[in-house]
Design a binder for this molecule. Structure first.
Ligand code: FAD
Length: 831
């Protein structure tokens, strides 16, 4: 038997190797187009990032080693040009010599993989635009990045910038690895979320975290065109934003390489992948296919799907080989288990996602739990988010997990349970390994099983975050968290009845009144739920996943007014929030790692009570939710957030205790605040003439070597608006404001003599005649020269302006940001 395998990586090499192990007499030829076989594509981003230092570690085998160990005839640089199923031959070109020849086969394995999608964008062929599929792609990217970074070290360039198009696994791995090297990375994604294989509510924690690590995300946005401008590339987004880049990585998905198969009459499936039977056989008796190029049945959903993943490719190759060698082995299905690490965070899923179930009209239940990765008292843990999908009989349909420690093991337990057809009730009984560094006596998987089983048994009734506000209309909405937590943030319309006083309070409540409960993650509200139903309350429901899930779901849709979107902005800049450290001189450290919110806030509250105004406390938190809660708690309690910087899975926050004493301390130490050569502005006006004046002064100050900081508030914010911001859901009031207010510097008018727009046109034309820069040009010059442009988050809230409505380089801050800037300035102007 002569087996010819086209493609010499995951599926192809698995086929060839397994075939040899089953048939020592077979002649096995592997034809590989590139000059490497059996290399580790999954490791490519990590060599670029310097994590895998030795390039050779990615080259797992060579033709020589495969000849020696498996007696395979592996030919590299050989491109198969055509397949003739009738004659049972393939036409091959030796890419180095150009020689073409025909190779006969008895059995053929078509394992050519997938290729990167090329969206219809002008400029894809420019030398700085790359895909990452093969060793050669990796070498090109690495050479370019290393050279650019060296130029930066040599002082020949300011920074190195990359734009990654596509926020799937490969895109995000590239973003992380480039950022590790010191490259400034922007990720552009057409969908309204990153990581398409998980649901949006589960992608939000990862998005927040990425922003907190300095990665700029442009969601619901397409790259429209790429152009070369001098040494740099400019990437134009459909939002009108232009991104400057030294290199662009295209990772907008892959599609099966079906061209040869199609030409040979091999049948394709509905996604363009090769149609195979359970033995990985195509419509031709002697032609098999495996890997990224095939469509296979889904473990949960009806129909066949593409699943470009290494595990399935290897397993399919093995199945193909067994059948080629005369066995009757079946492949079964692919459940699409996948996982990604971005910096310290990990996210993944298995089985169906909620969006797939909705699309196909499959009925399901869902629960969310937010346990910690391992025992909270043992260092190094953080909150984990789990979403479990199951049907009315308890069959697991899908699971998604994101967090920091122990995500992979939970995901794999769910994947195994799903593959075994287990029910959620069986998750309760899994006996999983436990010691404090690894888990909890009730493992997160057990906990998901408990909650899901409670749902099915009717021990708990859930309401879901996306059902708000309908789910709570006409009900008594009760927040059973502590007063501190409630004060930081609560769902609009909720009243606070802390669990500690709950039994006492409910005595006077009407038992027929519908009650909707929630807490931080769903546990305390479950206890409250059980109290109420056992007291005879008729209509009680509790929020799945508590306010943690609610905030992820609702912040995205932007439906609720009092969700503190601006607070998120503290997590959006790399050095998140800084102001002049004027303090009493006393500073202490507080370790809150391992505590999930509200733990850190409560410990902080207690500790700060013992300090005097003006003292500072640096709190170390592993729960990433602190990026939201910490600043809000400070603002609420009159403390100053001096600095919030990423640390491990969470943050280190330095907080200065507020109060009258702090003011005195601040005043008495003003002399210590370093006054810099800086001019700061409050830009309140949205009048064209005043804005021009402001930016002319700002550019003048920059030219004289001063630092410039401009705090935009009220009508001034209109100058920062994008002309075509990315689309988002807006409330009626926000829509009205957006329509009524000028969008961007070009739409501003004069404060006097506007004369229905005539005056404005006249002044623009006079400025042109006198070679005065336009307002957009003045603004760009100021930003390019380092002016800090800060949008006032409070006004943004009032006017319904989202961060994505404003220019990309805008930072966000409140009055404290401005005061911090002003304290450092010699001159402060109010425009
Ligand atoms: P490939 O591995 O793509 O191999 C196909 C081979 O066929 C190629 O070498 C190609 O040159 C050759 N070929 C194509 N046409 C011809 C022709 N006409 N003649 C001869 N040879 C031809 N998956 C995961 O599960 N986890 C991960 O972490 C992960 N990370 C990844 C990171 C990167 C950067 C990339 C690119 C992929 C990653 N994947 C990951 C996906 C995984 O690598 C693929 O699913 C897997 O390699 C598919 O195997 P395959 O054999 O079908 O295709």
């Amino acid at each position: 038997m002569k087996l010819v395998v086209i493609g010499g990586v995951a599926a192809g090499m698995s086929t060839a190797a397994r075939a040899r192990r089953l048939d020592e007499a077979a002649e096995i030829v592997v034809l590989e187009k590139s000059h490497h076989v059996s290399f580790a594509n999954c490791g490519l981003p990590y060599h670029i990032g310097g994590v895998i230092k030795d390039r050779d570690r990615l080259l797992l085998q060579t033709p020589e080693s495969l000849k020696e160990s498996l007696n395979l005839d592996v030919r590299i640089g050989q491109e198969v040009l055509a397949i003739d199923p009738k004659k049972k031959t393939v036409k091959v070109r030796d890419l180095d010599s150009g020689r073409e020849y025909t190779e006969k086969y008895d059995k053929l394995a078509y394992c050519v993989g997938a290729e990167a999608m090329r969206p219809p964008i002008n400029g894809l062929d420019l030398p700085g635009v790359h895909v990452l599929r093969r060793i050669g792609d990796m070498d090109q990217i690495k050479t370019k990045v290393d050279a650019a970074l060296q130029e930066q070290v040599d002082g020949k360039r300011k920074d190195v910038r990359a734009v990654v198009v596509g926020a799937g696994y490969i895109g995000l791995e590239m973003a992380e690895n480039l950022a590790h090297l010191g490259v400034k990375v922007s990720v552009v994604e057409l969908a309204d979320q990153i990581l398409p294989p998980i649901d949006k509510d589960m992608s939000i924690p990862v998005e927040n975290y990425l922003r907190g690590r300095g990665i700029e995300l442009h969601l619901s946005t397409a790259a429209a065109a790429i152009a070369q401008t001098g040494q740099k590339l400019s990437v134009e987004l459909n939002s009108g934003t232009m991104l400057e880049a030294d290199l662009v990585i295209m990772s907008a998905g892959v599609r099966p390489m079906n061209q040869l198969a199609k030409a040979a009459g091999i049948e394709l499936g509905s996604f363009g992948g090769i149609k195979v039977d359970e033995h990985m056989r195509t419509n031709f008796e002697d032609i098999y296919a495996a890997g990224d190029v095939v469509e296979t049945p889904h473990t949960v959903l009806p129909g066949e799907y593409l699943a470009p993943l290494a595990g399935p490719a290897n397993r399919q190759g093995r199945v193909a080989a067994e059948n080629i060698c005369g066995r009757k082995t079946t492949y079964g299905s692919t459940q699409g288990t996948s996982i990604v690490k971005v910096f310290d965070m990990v996210a993944g899923g298995t089985g169906a996602t909620e969006k797939q179930l909705i699309k196909l009209g499959v009925k399901y239940h869902k629960i969310h739990v937010h346990p910690s990765g391992h025992a909270g008292y043992y260092p190094g843990t953080s909150t984990m988010h789990i979403k479990l999908l199951f049907d009315g009989k308890g069959k697991i349909l899908g699971a998604q997990v994101c967090g920091f420690d122990g995500v992979d093991k939970r995901l794999d337990v769910f994947a195994t349970a799903l593959r075994a057809g287990m029910k959620v009730s069986e998750l309760q009984n899994l006996e999983l390994s436990y010691a404090p560094p690894f888990g909890s006596a009730k493992d997160p998987v057990n906990m998901a099983g408990f909650v899901a089983t409670n749902v099915l048994s009717g021990d708990i009734k859930l309401w879901q975050a996306e059902e708000y506000p309908d789910a709570t209309a006409g009900t008594k909405l009760v927040d059973v968290r502590t007063k501190d937590e409630y004060d930081i943030w609560h769902i609009p319309g909720a009243e606070n009845v802390p669990l500690a006083t709950f039994r006492e309070a409910v005595g006077s409540w009407d038992k027929n009144m519908p009650i909707r409960l929630y807490c931080g993650v769903g546990f305390r509200s479950y206890l409250a739920y059980r109290i109420l139903v056992q007291l005879g309350f008729k209509d009680v429901q509790t929020l799945s996943g508590g306010s943690t899930t609610f905030r992820y779901v609702q912040e995205v849709s932007g439906e609720t007014e009092s969700i503190p979107a601006p607070v998120l902005n503290y997590a959006e800049t790399a050095s998140l929030f800084k102001q002049t450290p004027v303090f009493s001189g006393k500073s202490i450290d507080l370790d809150c790692t391992g505590l999930a919110c509200p733990g850190p806030i409560m410990k902080l509250s207690k500790e700060i009570a013992g300090l005097s105004a003006g003292d500072q406390i640096t709190v170390h938190v592993s729960d990433p939710g602190f990026a939201n809660d910490g600043p809000a708690w400070c603002a609420k309690n009159g403390h100053e957030l001096v600095e919030l910087v990423p640390e491990g899975s969470g943050y280190a926050a330095t907080i200065r205790k507020g109060g009258p004493g702090a003011l005195v301390a601040a005043q008495s130490t003003v002399g210590m605040a370093p006054v810099k050569n800086k001019t700061s502005f409050v830009v309140f006006s949205g009048d064209l003439d005043k804005l021009i004046a402001a930016f002319i002064i700002a550019n003048g100050a920059l030219a004289m070597g001063e630092e410039v900081s401009m705090f935009f508030t009220f009508w001034g914010l209109n100058a920062l608006r994008k002309q075509n911001p990315p689309k988002r859901k807006m409330k009626a009031m926000e829509k009205m404001f957006a329509k009524m207010m000028p969008s961007g510097p070009d739409a501003l008018t004069l404060s006097n003599m506007n004369m229905g727009g005539m005056g404005t046109q006249m002044i623009k034309s006079v400025m042109k005649q006198h070679n005065v820069q336009t307002l957009p040009e003045l603004m760009k010059a100021a930003m390019d020269n380092g002016a800090r442009i800060i949008g006032c988050t409070m006004t943004m809230d009032l006017l319904g302006i989202a961060p994505t409505d404003l220019l990309d380089n805008v930072e966000f801050g409140g009055v404290a940001s401005f005061l911090g800037e002003a304290a450092e300035s010699q001159t402060t102007l109010f425009i």
